[in-house]
Design a protein around this ligand. Sequence first.
Ligand SMILES: NC(=O)c1ccc[n+]([C@@H]2O[C@H](COP(=O)([O-])OP(=O)(O)OC[C@H]3O[C@@H](n4cnc5c(N)ncnc54)[C@H](OP(=O)(O)O)[C@@H]3O)[C@@H](O)[C@H]2O)c1
Length: 284
Amino acid sequence: MLKIALTGADGLVGSRIIELLKDFSFIPIPQAKMDITNTEQTNAIIKEIDFDIFLHLAAYTNVAAAETNKELCFKINVEGTKNVFDAVTNKGKKFVYISTDFVFDGKNPPYFEDSTPNPPGIYAQSKYEGEKIVNNKAMIVRISYPYRAKFEIKKDFFRTFKSYLEQKKPLFMITDSLMTPTLIDDIAFGLKHLLNNYSPEIFHLGGGRALSPYEAAMLVAEKFNLDKSLIGKTTYEEYMKNKPGLPQYANIRSKKNNFWKMKTFDEGLEEIKIQMSNDKTANE
Ligand SMILES: NC(=O)c1ccc[n+]([C@@H]2O[C@H](COP(=O)([O-])OP(=O)(O)OC[C@H]3O[C@@H](n4cnc5c(N)ncnc54)[C@H](OP(=O)(O)O)[C@@H]3O)[C@@H](O)[C@H]2O)c1
């Protein structure tokens, strides 16, 4: 059984990967045990643990806050990544870096594994700097707008939309931009293949189809019988006045993924409805 050490194991994506993939032996390394910005501590911990592949998910992930916290964002996403990568490669072990579709500027979609990044904001720049540290020497897996049925600690965009609509709060959604929502379960199963077939290349694990945030919110309302009239329209230009760092057409595709079918948002929401109703039955 492959032994996978990982950072970010308690996060939105990492915790679901561990929940779903039962045929690996995971070794989660929480921040409390190893702060990746602490070089000595990171070296010492990685030296002492036994693993085959290191999956690096830990990151400063607040895109909006990164704009005013550049130093911390770079410290975690760039210096932190370098610390972990150096310690892992010093041991001669394999490394997987989880990155983002935000490394692309969103001006000329779609984006494939060999498209040229041009990160638009601080978070995206920091993730791209992280990529540059490991590029050609490790696997880079870019993911996009991950979502899942439940995770109390952090809301993804899907559960944010849903909870707004459930609370009857209006939503103003962009009509002239694209996002590629990705069910985290698909990221996990795609990664399962990639971990079993490791190669130091770039891979994209994005959802089956890109759509506008307006379409995405309407789909959430439709699937969960919520009030569509709460969803208003806005433009990318208007929205960007409050939220810098967001690429306009975040449409990632893959030339390499012939191993796992990634669900569209429509299909992903159907899967989530099944998981939610199974949960309800299990709790009854
Ligand atoms: N969420 C998205 O929309 C999205 C989109 C594309 C790509 N990604 C990428 O996917 C990966 C996972 O994202 P996520 O949303 O699952 O993250 P998340 O829920 O925000 O969790 C971030 C994780 O990073 C850990 N961490 C932060 N600073 C650390 C430090 N100094 N030392 C050690 N650990 C530290 C946190 O540990 P504690 O819990 O112990 O604080 C937490 O487990 C990231 O690399 C992110 O860039 C995310």
